[in-house]
Design a protein around this ligand. Structure first.
Ligand SMILES: *Cc1c(COP(=O)(O)O)cnc(C)c1O
Length: 380
């Protein structure tokens, strides 16, 4: 399919090509100086002490749960309106999830009031996800987490570079988990980062990322270590130098690219004001990362026919997300769960194209297609 406007597009140029070539020519392909530099730079950028690069954010979320000692018999509160990995990562540990609803149709992030409703004697942690790169209500969530002595895991897949009250997202919870998947704001193909300020958690993460081994190949190579011990059951969740090299260049571009996403978002909002579609996150606090641009279709508009109409006009759209609690696996595991606000928002949500290189003309073309598609589906 030839899209006139695709849903997202990478900002890769000659800098990325050169960075990758340099790694290939160095013949050191995994967990070396480039990854260390990427981790140091990312930690500084995210305002945290420790950052560990991993192959994807799903692994980061799994490591986060393990580092916090979550396992069988425990419960973790998660948003259902997220990518399924947010909840899957909890289940990997043998623990269960409890789904909290979202705030409302104008704020699709997890509701602090509903988190509190979900807390039980088995609750061991709260996972928040900054939907679209828009900060969750972190002050309230931190207050209630403190009151109940629960650590917060941040799913930061949508929000590298975002801040709330000047503090980067990822630095609010005990652990933050970023994704560098192809369509994310900072992309390396597959990739992720797990960050924390706590030394005790960092030590656990360091071990479990690489088989529970006490020394790394690079340290042995440098003569700092001769052998290693395995002190706990770990995994191979490492990244490679090629992707770290991509990540370093992408990190350099992140701030400017997030600003461009913000400008496109502002233009969308101005042009769509009279269109009849719902525009979540208007006037949202903080400095968002503007990962995606979600709209809510007017009630009664058939969403799949709308998406078809957009496709006819060669505009690619998407859905964020089919709620996790409605998937077959989760229904069979947990039975009937009702999350009224999540269900209402999720049924009407369509994601319009957004990427840094988009330009005003493309935004106008999408808005025009939205208007035409709606007119086709609801004749006046
Ligand atoms: C992309 C995404 C993930 C998973 O990231 P991977 O790096 O693909 O494992 C998790 N949560 C959310 C909200 C995401 O958007």
């Amino acid at each position: 399919m030839d899209w006139r406007v695709p849903l997202s597009d990478l900002d890769f140029g000659v800098e990325e090509e050169n960075a990758v070539l340099e790694v290939l020519r160095s013949k050191w392909l995994t967990m070396g100086a480039v990854t260390q530099a990427f981790e140091t730079e990312f930690a500084r950028h995210a305002g945290v002490k420790h950052a560990f690069a991993v192959s994807n954010a799903t692994e980061a979320l799994h490591l986060a749960c393990l580092a916090l000692g979550i396992g069988a018999g425990d419960e973790v509160i998660t948003p259902s309106l997220s990518f399924v990995a947010t909840s899957n990562a909890v289940l990997y540990t043998g623990a269960d999830v409890r789904f909290a609803d979202i705030n409302g149709l104008d704020d699709l992030t997890i509701s602090p009031e509903d988190i509190e409703r979900c807390i039980s004697p088995r609750t061991k942690a709260i996972v928040v996800m900054h939907y679209g790169g828009y900060p969750c209500r972190m002050e309230e969530i931190c207050r209630l987490a403190e009151k109940h002595h629960l650590p917060i895991i941040e799913d930061d897949a949508h929000c590298p570079g975002a801040k709330l009250r000047g503090r980067p997202l990822g630095a609010w919870g005990a652990i933050g988990c970023f994704s560098f998947f192809s369509n994310k704001n900072l992309s390396t193909g597959e990739g992720g980062m797990i960050v924390t300020d706590r030394d005790d958690l960092a030590e656990k993460i360091r071990l479990q990322r690489s088989h529970g081994m006490t020394s790394l190949t690079l340290e042995r190579h440098k003569g700092h270590a001769y052998s290693y011990d395995v002190v706990e059951l770990g995994y191979n969740y490492r990244i490679d130098e090629i992707r770290s090299a991509l990540g370093r260049v992408q990190l350099e571009k992140l701030e400017a690219n997030n600003r461009k996403r913000g400008a496109m978002t502002a233009l969308y909002r101005t042009l769509l004001r009279e269109s009849g579609v719902g525009l979540p996150f208007m006037g949202h606090p903080g400095e968002p990362a503007y990962h995606i641009f979600p709209i809510l279709l007017p009630e009664g508009v058939d969403r799949f026919r709308f998406i078809d109409q957009m496709r006819l006009r060669q505009i690619q759209t998407s859905i964020h997300y089919p709620p996790t609690h409605l998937f077959k696996y989760y229904r069979e595991r947990y039975g009937e769960i009702r999350l009224p606000v999540t269900e209402q928002a999720a049924a009407r949500e369509v994601t319009l194209p957004l990427y840094p290189g988009m330009g005003e003309a493309a935004v106008r073309a999408v808005v025009e297609a939205v208007g035409e598609s709606l007119r086709t589906l609801q004749p006046a």
